[in-house]
Design a protein around this ligand. Sequence first.
Ligand code: ADP
Length: 223
Amino acid sequence: VLGRFARGVVHDLKNPLNIIGLTAELAGQPDATPQFRAQAQERIGHQVERISSLVSEILYFTQNDPEKIVLAPMSYAEFIGKLIAELKPEAEMRGASIELAGPPPPTMLLLNPKRLARVLFNLIHNATDAMGDGGKIFLRFGQTPREVVTEIEDTGPGIAPEILDRLFQAFATHGKEHGTGLGLSICKKIIEDHGGRIWARNEPGHGAIFSFAIPLPKKPLIC
Ligand code: ADP
């Protein structure tokens, strides 16, 4: 288990490191424009953040007594808008596209944007893994009197029956050479730290559908 875990982490680190290496090399070319260098700096900074957030998630996961998560009021539409702008180019690089079926609700929720970003990142990353090249990821949003629900559907083959009943357990992985089986267990922990819930299903003729719900605050928050 430890060997598999280590291989998976190394694999997850390799991607951002490759981007950093390549971008630094291009930015160092004598004919690189100042504009390109500025873009490269931003891109490298972003990948460093990604590595650092991966490392902190591993720590978060392995700690026995994690610190209580800090939640702050934020508009869900604003959170999703910023995150999708970051995730879209990355998905495109892997041949996938992300489509929003409708606008996310501008409801104020109590969120930890960094941690919640990891949930969407993990779910979208899994979807692109499952689809191979050229798939589509659909994001849908809904709101009930109690919670805001987000659905992520892909055009892949769906979740293998062998793993369906232990999907959110740590180290449960199936059909991936480098899987750690940690991604979905981390998603579950983060969503539960928001007081919410997460679940998944297959539907005939569709790929996997993952959903999570974040509760509305007990007292309405002012924008
Ligand atoms: P890992 O990706 O490292 O295996 P996860 O906990 O993120 O760990 O996922 C566990 C397993 O769930 C994956 O190995 C895969 O078999 C399955 N899975 C997750 N997302 C999808 C998806 N969108 N489509 C099909 N299978 C999925």
